[in-house]
Write a protein that binds this ligand. Sequence first.
Ligand code: 4AD
Ligand code: MG
Length: 462
Amino acid sequence: MAKRLYIKELLSHDPKGQDVNVKGWVRTKRGNKNVAFIAVNDGSTIHNIQVVADPSAFDEELLKKVSTGAAVSITGSLVESKGSGQPVEIQAANIHVYGTADPETYPLQKKGHSLEFLREIAHLRPRTNTFGAVFRIRHAMAFAIHKFFNDKGFFYLHTPIITGSDAEGAGAMFRVTTLDAKNPPIKEGKVDFEEDFFGKETNLTVSGQLEGEMGALALGLIYTFGPTFRAENSNTARHLAEFWMIEPEMAFYELTDNMDLAEEMLKYLVTYALENCKDDLEFLNKMYETTLLEKLNSIVTSEFERLPYTRAVEILQESKQKFEFPVSWGTDLQSEHERYLVEKHFKKPVILFDYPKEIKAFYMKQNEDGKTVRAMDVLFPGIGEIIGGSQREEDHARLKNRIEEMGIAEDTLWWYLESRKFGTVPHAGFGLGFERLMLFVTGMANIRDVIPFPRTPQNAEF
Ligand code: 4AD
Ligand code: MG
């Protein structure tokens, strides 16, 4: 029995004419009466293996079934390729077809579909070169994140997906309920959530941070990495209703430590991609963004610019740039402002800090000026905000006041407040949007194209 090898291994194999077996999907078949060239891909790499078959040696009906999209197992001897496109090829001795793909109806029969069209066939698009590359890189980035934190002594903490509190107090949340939507129990004119599964109102989490802090205040260094959910109706190329977030939380860290870690992590991840995803990145660089590799390399060597929000507002106001949304102190920066700072003014990643407290979450540490909080956002070229974080308010009284001031239901946060009552310490953390990172690393333009099955308003087909 010939050994089954993955194409990634095959291509770097010494072609000694030994028998090998490859299993995968046919990308193309071309040739003539005398010879057939079958390009097979098995997902292990962007590259195909070329199979050469002599049509007279095979049943005509069998060879007909070997069409684009068909699943095959091919055995033959591995030889040096005579063609220029590949180092080795397989001379087919045996072909087995597992599953055919009717050329009349297989949607990927032809190349060159638009990304928009491919979104409508999200169940098949992983079989394209583009999405194969994106999803291999996605895996590599997830792995690198765990490696980065593990090597630094962080513990991966699993925070709940169903929560009774609202961590960000920003966008809307997705309710989790087993109540009958058509006929819910009513008490005093309102839906009675005491009758619900958990005996209270619950939602899908918008962030694992609050629970993550409880971990950091015991284990020292933790991170979460899981799905988060936001029901905001933002139909942009940078927002998903379901996205993955990485949230480290560190006891005894202050804002500068937090910035240092964020910068180190982003550089580590980009370096990891450059070193481990070379073939896929080169493909994307060629097909979509010709400055991708250059851009990735420049991040690794640049020193991120750090400046207070107040100074950023001045720069934006002094600029001659026409913005759709005017800038003034106290307003949230729009992505056009963030991108001006990063792409035009500083020409490198920027970390803004000390934002007005009114536009940030309740848990951020308040500065002495009474106006700003120890927030930080990391802004990236082409993306805008890639990371949001802060030093946390560790003072019980100040935190409680802020919760009251902002009209947040304190009964959902009593446990969070208690962490400031017993052994409180300065601590900080941040959240990296995994798909925003993926946008940057792959150079893809739309966030729907860096997650296998995107969830956006009006879209949960697959
Ligand atoms: O700035 P955000 O809302 O911060 C938090 O959730 C904090 N609890 C994080 C922390 O301090 N532990 O979100 C963090 C990041 C953003 O910078 C962005 O990259 C990403 O999450 N993000 C989204 N990504 C895709 N789609 C959305 N709708 C996103 N909203 C935020
Ligand atoms: Mg944010």
